[in-house]
Design a protein around this ligand. Structure first.
Ligand code: HPA
Length: 236
């Protein structure tokens, strides 16, 4: 410590539980809006990280950047060098079916991916990795207490945002049962597994490939509040 990508000088600067949005400005928004006694612990590459308290309990929030290589680096360093135990990704996803509506919240019980991340990182050769069950149970209970409906489903972690043949999503939905697509959960779940740590992923539907609906960036900001409130209850 510090690590190549995180400048915090010791473990106490980062809570045992870290919320990870993709976007650094969303990490800042969460710290500014929901946390008290906030201290910024990282700004290397503008990948902002903050620690504060929520309802008096300690929690950190740090961006992951986009894609599996990026979340792979940050989650590995947090788990392995800073003693972080729980990482909750909070992100957006594109729906693959009209079963998931714009702004719905999805708990990713597992992630299917054609990515080589887990194979290259640790010789894992299946294409599905689960999130951590005890975290999922806690998040489901918090959502219930807050009265926020939540789907529990498989999602697709993709390396590609712009596919030449975007219709391929239909096959991924039918063959693998993924209700939506994002770009990070598979690598996060893998790192947690190999390091003996815990990970979960909450997603808000920001667009839908099947119905062609989309949200504006301002609408997204507000809608994401539901997901953030569920995740913030993880503070301890
Ligand atoms: N693809 C990948 N990631 C996403 C999408 C998408 O369509 N929408 C939100 N995150």
């Amino acid at each position: 410590m510090p690590t190549p990508h995180i400048e915090a000088k010791n473990k106490s600067e980062i809570a045992k539980t870290v919320l990870m949005p993709g976007d650094p400005l969303r990490a800042k928004f969460i710290a500014d809006t929901f946390l008290e006694d906030v201290v910024k612990f990282n700004q290397v590459r503008n990948v902002l990280g903050y620690t504060g308290t929520y309802k008096g309990r300690k929690i950190s929030v740090m961006a992951s950047g986009m894609g599996m290589p990026s979340i792979g680096i940050y989650s590995y360093e947090l788990y392995n060098f800073y003693g972080v135990e729980n990482i909750i990704r909070i992100g957006s996803c594109g729906g693959y079916t009209d079963k998931v509506k714009l702004y719905d919240v999805i708990l990713a019980k597992d992630a299917w991916s054609e990515s080589s991340y887990a194979k290259v990182q640790g010789g894992y050769d299946r294409d599905v990795i689960e999130g951590t069950e005890v975290l999922n149970e806690r998040l489901l209970n918090y959502a219930k207490d807050l009265g926020i409906p939540m789907h529990t489903e498989r999602i697709h972690s993709s390396d590609v945002f712009y596919r030449e043949n975007f219709e391929e999503y239909k096959e991924i939905y039918e063959k693998h049962g993924c209700v939506g697509v994002e770009m990070e959960a598979f690598a996060l779940f893998h790192n947690a597994k190999v390091l003996g740590k815990k990970a979960a992923c909450l997603l808000t539907v920001s667009d839908n490939l099947a119905t062609k609906e989309a949200t504006t960036s301002e609408e997204r900001q507000n809608a994401f509040t539901n997901m953030m409130k569920i995740a913030l209850e993880m503070a301890e």
